[in-house]
Design a binder for this molecule. Structure first.
Ligand code: A2P
Length: 340
């Protein structure tokens, strides 16, 4: 017994990781369907040692599909996720389109698995923003012990978060700069090669970016609406792996040493924190891993109960495809019980 799964956006960065992760984790499938735009019809994508022929989303009927995993951008989700859901598929959506809908649960299985039960309201579950996913995995076990009051986070986000074409832009621009022939920015607002850009998603009326707003509201929805969070989100010239510098203020006393012990035991987390031996994780070292890596845990002496830490994870995995597959596993296990 197994599930019929459709991957929407199967030719994209996240869609390809979804196929890899479904296979790696031996998600019980009877059939996997790869969907993308009409442009990609006939292209092949790998699923384990098989190749799947890509079909057009717009011609596809989801009847008989158990899970539809969407990662093709907000406008595609807005149009097609409700169609897939009405045809009976449980949609797990990577875009930001449904995340703040009160009838759509926003789920990180290590943090708020119980929220997944709400999928029945619209047959849709949302996956958080990549930077939020790794952050809340780190915050939740600390919040349970010492109650978080406020978080100040700065992100160092890789270009893969902006899609395939954005990674290509970093590559060609970097090469071009060496020969004085760099193409002008297209996917990014400014030069990304040898630079950093404090602008991800659009600017909002309060002068924050939408990416920064998402981290704030999504953390509240997933962990606790009482947590105050302020963010600065920055695109950096890396290909895969998002890093975050996180300052956390607690209601109750919590030392860095105790936080390290708690995080060592927490699900989804790997603590690597041994500065004497360069024991900290950088984005290139997290690529292909499932874990959220926590390093450089230290007391913040400027506030009564506070710590700083460094948090790194593969944005295409925990930040997107892995979390999506984990949600499907959770729903399958707890609610559908189809797989033996
Ligand atoms: P396609 O390759 O056919 O354009 P990324 O974010 O890595 O660039 O990937 C985006 C994914 O979303 C791709 O798989 C892309 O397919 C898919 N996509 C984009 N627009 C549509 C659409 N209108 N219908 C279906 N899939 C789409």
């Amino acid at each position: 017994m197994g599930y019929r799964v459709a991957v929407v956006g199967a030719t994209g960065n996240v869609g390809r990781e979804m196929l890899n992760i479904l296979h790696e984790r031996q998600f019980p499938v009877t059939e996997v369907v790869a969907l993308a735009s009409k442009r990609s019809v006939g292209r092949e994508v790998s699923f384990g040692d098989k190749n799947l022929k890509v079909k057009a989303l717009e011609d596809f009927n989801f009847t008989g599909t158990d899970f539809a995993l969407f990662s093709a951008g907000g406008s595609v989700s807005a149009k097609y996720a409700p169609i897939a859901a009405s045809q009976g598929a449980i949609v797990i959506d990577n875009s930001s389109h449904f995340r703040m809908d009160p009838d759509v649960p926003l789920v990180v299985p290590e943090v708020n698995p119980e929220a997944a039960a709400g999928y029945t309201r619209k047959n849709i579950i949302a996956n958080p923003n990549c930077s939020t996913a790794q952050l809340v995995v780190a915050l939740k076990p600390l919040h349970d012990v010492a109650t978080i009051k406020r978080v100040v986070v700065s992100t160092y986000q890789s270009t893969s978060g902006a899609g395939n074409a954005a990674m290509d832009e970093l590559f060609t621009q970097t090469k071009g700069i060496y020969v004085n022939d760099a193409p002008t920015p297209d996917k990014f607002t400014k030069q990304i090669a040898f630079n950093v850009i404090p602008h991800i998603d659009v600017f909002m009326d309060d002068r924050y970016t939408k990416e920064e707003w998402k981290m704030m509201v999504e953390t509240k929805k997933i962990v606790d609406s009482a947590i105050k969070l302020t963010a600065t989100c920055v695109r950096v010239p890396t290909f895969v792996g998002h890093a975050e510098s996180v300052n956390i203020e607690f209601e109750n006393e919590l030392s860095a040493d105790r936080a390290r012990e708690i995080l060592r035991e927490a699900p989804g987390i790997m603590v690597v924190d041994n500065p004497e031996e360069n024991g900290y994780i950088t984005p290139v070292e997290c690529v292909g891993d499932y874990a959220t890596f926590i390093s450089r845990i230290r007391d913040d002496a400027t506030i009564e109960n506070g710590i700083n830490l460094w948090c790194v994870s593969d944005n295409l995995r925990k930040g997107a495809a892995l979390n999506t597959v984990q949600i499907a596993e959770l729903v399958g296990r707890e609610y559908l019980k189809k797989a033996a």
